[in-house]
Design a protein around this ligand. Structure first.
Ligand SMILES: CC(C)(COP(=O)(O)OP(=O)(O)OC[C@H]1O[C@@H](n2cnc3c(N)ncnc32)[C@H](O)[C@@H]1OP(=O)(O)O)[C@@H](O)C(=O)NCCC(=O)NCCS
Length: 163
């Protein structure tokens, strides 16, 4: 198992985050400017995992606290290099985020994921997240899927956890 450290993001990290995300299918990589927004403006609630031997970034979590409702937090993206998976590291990252936003007064964390990202669904379900059920959702395999959430044909699962 690789020895690693977790720290808050630094502004220049965004270039490496693009590369890490490139190897994290099935997520769709974003334009570098979005990573840059997080590393510049959401540093307190965004984290990277560094390989202790060479300081390479091998995982990250990007999140923020809502400006609409400061009691609500949101995980935008979580990615782990394959070399680290299956060791409970992503769980540590999510719990680290939850501890941080709880301290700042949040009582809820939410995120969205794609219905075909089965690993993500299993992961967040294991961590106690529940798929939000509304009049816009349909149940598929026990999970509530929000139809056309991000536009026509772009269905999403909205996961929520009270913290
Ligand atoms: C999802 C992801 C972050 C999980 O990382 P990970 O470090 O392997 O997860 P963990 O080892 O912390 O697992 C935590 C729990 O989820 C479960 N889990 C993780 N991967 C799983 C899998 N492939 N199948 C079933 N359960 C899984 C584990 O069994 C574990 O449960 P436990 O605490 O009872 O042992 C990683 O697979 C990844 O980066 N995927 C690609 C990017 C992505 O889809 N991100 C999520 C959408 S934003």
């Amino acid at each position: 198992m690789i020895e690693y450290d977790i720290r808050n993001v630094l502004e220049d990290d965004f270039k490496q985050l693009v590369d890490v995300a490139e190897n994290c299918k099935p997520i769709t990589n974003m334009t570098p400017s979005v990573y840059h927004l997080f590393t510049r403006y959401f540093r307190n609630t965004s984290f990277v995992i560094e390989d202790r031997s060479n300081n390479d970034i091998i995982g990250f979590l990007l999140g923020f606290i809502s400006q609409e409702n400061p009691k609500e937090s949101y995980i935008h993206l979580l990615c782990l290099d394959h070399c680290l998976r299956g060791n409970g590291v992503a769980k540590i990252l999510v719990n680290n985020f939850i501890d941080t936003v709880s301290t700042r007064g949040c009582n809820k964390v939410s995120l969205v994921t794609k219905p075909h990202n089965k690993i993500s669904i299993k992961f967040y379900t294991k961590l106690g997240f529940e798929s939000s059920c509304t009049d816009k959702t349909v149940e598929i395999d026990g999970i509530n899927v929000y139809k056309d959430y991000e536009g026509l044909g772009d269905d999403k699962i909205i996961f929520i956890k009270q913290i």
